[in-house]
Design a protein around this ligand. Structure first.
Ligand code: THG
Length: 372
């Protein structure tokens, strides 16, 4: 039996929390010091809605770190490894953050909401503390806080129909990570084309936490003709798509090159940024590990792994599986994880030391190929 997570006053709740209870949420994890729904008791239906229909996810745990003031733009540039170019208001980007060792410390989406206001929509680590310390040490004129913003994701091939019924046809023209400030029945929010899946979709960045229940009901009603239902960041689809889960797939020495984010590191930038020297060294020395997929044999796994599974080549320990599941589309058990570079070629035969048994597996590229 998997023990329940205790619900209490100490851990923060999403503005959609009561709605998720009404919908029959059956499990939570914690993320950014909040409860995050992870399932509604019917994983097959939740997966099917994401792949073939439309699902709504409480992702309020994707907290925003707001950097506001005359030096906000300079601080953003100093914190991210990418070359942000002109940094157009309304056009977001996926922006890895590294520490001074070149270790990945978060992989947020950056939303430039105005010339002097930037939101880092963060994964699960304390970037509010980090950015405040950086700004203070550098004497920058910027205010840093967590605003009252709580994303609600609408994901799946029919998400665009639901969102255009709600807001108008203009949402179809939003580019990926593009966003715009708007209202729905007077509820303030930003609408963005984004979300942690490769099935397409949007996120409504609710800006009034007291109106979460209202927004939930509006989206649920608009989604009815399309068969909308509740879901959560999908464990299986993210594996198939090779999306990184910061914290699950990374450890305290993971660098962006290892996990396929090297394309978001600019060593050509003229200006200084945190981690630049270390990243240049890492690139010159070459990486020791690589984030790969695994095709894992045996009967379909009933649940995901609770611990990282060691991976061996013969008797040699070469890496780990950080997450795994049965994939209905790949028609195999699949996993992702870091493996020594010399064993990272697709087709390499390895052994996964699962809790239940040693299981033969094959290294695969990411994303996985989905047979027709
Ligand atoms: N929504 C919001 N904020 C977030 C997440 C989210 N912050 C943390 C975490 N999730 C960020 N992680 C990702 C990782 C990948 C993508 C989005 C969020 C993603 N990647 C595309 C891809 O890999 O194909 C596009 C990347 C690109 O080319 O720029 O979409 O879910 N609000």
């Amino acid at each position: 039996m998997i023990p329940a997570i205790a619900i209490g006053a100490r851990v923060r709740k999403s503005p959609y929390f009561n709605k998720t209870l009404e919908e029959g949420v059956t499990s939570f994890s914690t993320y950014n010091h909040m409860y995050m729904p992870t399932g509604y008791g019917d994983p097959e239906a939740e997966y099917d809605r994401l792949i073939n229909g439309v699902a709504m996810w409480d992702v309020a745990v994707e907290r925003q770190v707001c950097l506001k003031g005359p030096d906000a733009r300079d601080l953003v540039r100093y914190m991210v490894t990418r070359d942000l170019g002109a940094l157009e208001t309304g056009q977001g980007r996926y922006v890895p953050l590294c520490d001074h060792r070149g270790t990945l410390i978060n992989d947020p989406v950056l939303l430039p909401v105005s010339e002097d206001e930037y939101w880092l929509s963060i994964a699960d680590s304390d970037i509010l503390l980090w950015s405040r310390a950086i700004a203070a040490e550098r004497g920058m004129n910027v205010t840093i806080y967590e605003p009252d913003v709580s994303p609600l994701a609408i994901q799946g091939p029919k998400a665009v129909d639901v969102v255009s019924d709600l807001f108008g046809e203009w949402v179809r023209d939003l580019k990926y990570f593009g966003h715009r400030e708007t209202r729905l029945d007077g509820i303030p929010m930003h609408v963005a084309r984004s979300g942690w899946s490769k099935q397409g979709g949007f996120e409504l960045y609710l800006q009034d936490g007291l109106r979460g229940g209202e927004l939930w009901d509006i989206v649920k009603e608009a989604g009815k003709p399309y068969g909308i239902g509740p879901g959560s960041p999908n464990y299986v689809e993210r594996l198939e798509s090779g999306l990184l889960s910061y914290g699950a797939d990374t450890d305290d020495s993971t660098n962006p090159y290892e996990v396929g984010l090297g394309k978001f590191v600019s060593l050509e930038r003229e200006d200084a940024y945190i981690g630049k020297e270390a990243l240049a060294r890492i690139r010159d020395e070459g990486i020791a590990r690589r984030f790969v997929g695994y095709l894992i044999g045996g009967e379909p796994f009933p649940v995901g792994n609770q611990h990282r599974w060691p991976v061996r080549h013969g008797e040699t320990h070469i890496g780990f599986v950080s997450a795994s599941a049965w994939s209905p589309r790949v028609r195999s058990n699949i996993g992702v994880g870091l493996v020594s570079t010399e064993f990272a070629e697709p087709g390499t035969v390895v052994t996964v030391a699962a809790e239940q048994a040693d299981i033969p597996a094959t290294v695969s590229k990411l994303p996985f190929d989905i047979p027709a």
